[in-house]
Design a protein around this ligand. Sequence first.
Ligand code: FAD
Ligand code: 2HG
Ligand code: ZN
Length: 494
Amino acid sequence: RHGSHLPPRSTQFTKPTQQHLDALKAISSSTLSTLDGSATEEELRSFNDDWMNKYHGKGSIVLKPKSTKEVGEIMKYCYENDLAVVPQGGNTGLVGGSNPVHDEIILNLSNLNQIRSFDEVSGVLVADGGVILEAADHFLAEKGFIFPLDLGAKGSCHIGGNVSTNAGGLRLLRYGSLHGSVLGLEVVLPDGRIWNGLSKLRKDNTGFDLKQLFIGSEGTIGIITAISILCPRRPSAMNVAVFSLESYEAVQKVYAEAKGHLGEILSAFEFFDKQSYALVKKHQEENGGERKVFETEGDFYCLIETGGSNSEHDEAKLTGLLEHLMENEMVLDGVLAQDSTQFQSLWSLRELVPESAGKAGSVYKYDVSVPVGKMYGLVEKMRAKLRDGGVLEGDGKAEGPIRAVAGYGHMGDGNLHINIVANKYTDEVEKIIEPYIYEIVAENEGSISAEHGLGVMKAPYIGYSKNETSVELMKQIKQLFDPKGLLNPYKYIV
Ligand code: FAD
Ligand code: 2HG
Ligand code: ZN
């Protein structure tokens, strides 16, 4: 949560001093700190602030270790000295999880960035947690393989950060969740012990599957220093089409048709509303990249991607779907990518929504899952609530505290993103949205966090999605791994 609502600093933790810094400098091959003048506050800002510029920490020490051994020694020292630590990957998280709430030491993993091994027969990649997602995918592309996860932040986020948040992204529909594709992990525990669980086995029923606990644990019970992951062959033929549609009902019908016509080659089905599209167009115009895409625009848009091994077969299937949709007037207009440049530019209509919203103002982001049929109803309810609260004048109007309410997301996964673009972050607006948004998710038996996690933003609201016994068990797990509560405090479960 922003501003004054953040939890107060815990007196259990030691305040980092010059003496601690000296000891940590002897362990970590790279450090930055305002305590010894090796960095200014300004220079530490990119580590202390989050991607949305909504959460601002006051950490004075950033450690950038170069090996798992260093991470282990850092954690051992911090554990013995009651120093709180926030693990940080690419700092692209959207729930205020990756930057300090107060003065926690920032343990940034960007120097742990080596590919360790790749097996071209099994497709198993073993790599450091700080490898950037796009770098891992480029490495795999050269070998004809693909990383089984893709998301708009791929140029900055780390694979260790992805596993820590159990990121979903744009192709979960095709490749499934990281709970299925991650085969093993190497983790530094809060007390500095190194857990080597870097298995490459697909099948392993010997005891509890410990790695699953770390997937989606958001840096609260251990630091992921390496991952082992099963990577599929890269589809040799890929296509993308984007459609404009009249209504959300039409989007659902097209989704059903796409599944029927495309079967196993369907690799993504994304949707966005006209407010999302307007934000992207404005952002593109401002950057000189605007281009008319549709003859007929609509209230909704959907993006369909296919990935297969035979381009002729895939094109025949996709053309069959296009003809069917046009003949039955299920879409208003559609564009099929003709080459790889157009493939990218059509994808950017969807991928650019978060960045475009960020350029338009201060964005309240909600990432929820509810049954597909109910998804858009939540956006409409949210607009009505903001209008009743007197902060939204009408869609698309730039006046008033709220500039836009955009609904979009991973249709195939029942995952909706609501971006509420405000002039600035204020308590007035936040109180209108929260906890109302979580109440309407709970009414639909949905999840208040589909893929972004809880961080500091949603930690107080976990009860809207999880029952008491679940929360109690989670607290016991945290206690087991981190009895002093030093790792990523104030977040996740509080
Ligand atoms: P960070 O933001 O640095 O950290 C996220 C959390 O993980 C924090 O709690 C941090 O403490 C912890 N952490 C990071 N690294 C480690 C580690 N090695 N060990 C232990 N804990 C660690 N998310 C999706 O799920 N799907 C999307 O489609 C998607 N699209 C996005 C698009 C944009 C433009 C942006 C800005 C974000 C998007 N995200 C998406 C959110 C974000 O990118 C993901 O959550 C991503 O997985 C975070 O990775 P990161 O390396 O940036 O982690
Ligand atoms: C996406 O799907 C990301 O684009 C980001 O998960 C969503 O910014 C958001 O709200
Ligand atoms: Zn998403």
